[in-house]
Design a protein. Structure first.
Length: 202
């Protein structure tokens, strides 16, 4: 599998795009983590509500423990105090806990979306052309490999002479068809190899 072109400029461009994609994904991941931590820090509100409710409930429970030993009415008063603590402070503490959990879930969701949505858009734009480039390079390398076989070299040179644009051919030879007829195949082979992003293996 051929991952990068042999031509220095094309190789540099491909490497730069790959590196930029990786850096962008890392930046997006860090941004997602920052959003998660920023939103998750709001759980302190729910925790504060829970602690306040727990303090109220503990106050009622403490008072209930003190009157529980009073003869005759102590038990019923203690029970009433505990019920009152559960109905007031207990409910507030539960609401605080629920709020804390919800904020935590929202923080996870927002952090994930901050990373996943832009990352998916970026990869959708970058990956298919990159995969196509790798496939093209790999296929071209397989097709253009002559293995030193003269007939195969002539066929590849014919492919270059008949398929490449004239402007491309003229960058390598002044007379593409004359070179083909005379058996001067090197310029044509070089032209078709470099057009595919490869260097001619001599």
């Amino acid at each position: 599998m051929r991952i990068y072109p042999d031509i220095p400029v094309r190789r540099a461009n491909a490497v730069t795009r790959d590196a930029a994609t990786i850096v962008a994904l890392i930046v997006l991941a860090l941004l997602g983590l920052w959003v998660y931590h920023a939103v998750n820090s709001l759980t302190i509100i729910g925790r504060g509500v829970h602690d306040a409710g727990a303090a109220v409930q503990n106050g009622f429970n403490g008072a209930a423990d003190k009157v529980d030993g009073v003869p005759l009415v102590g038990g019923s008063i203690a029970s009433g105090l505990r019920d009152a603590g559960g109905a007031t402070g207990g409910k507030v503490a539960e609401a605080g806990t629920r709020g804390e959990q919800r904020i935590h879930r929202v923080a996870l969701l927002l952090g994930a979306l901050t990373f996943l949505l832009p990352a998916a858009f970026l990869l959708q734009r970058v990956v298919p052309p990159r995969v196509q480039q790798i496939r093209t390079l790999t296929d071209a390398e397989r097709v253009l490999a002559t293995g030193g076989d003269p007939e195969r070299r002539r066929l590849v040179a014919m492919r270059a002479a008949f398929a490449l644009p004239y402007a491309t051919l003229l960058q390598y030879t002044k007379d593409p068809l004359g070179d083909l007829a005379a058996g001067r195949l090197e310029p044509l082979l070089e032209a078709i190899a470099e057009d595919a992003g490869l260097r001619l293996t001599r």
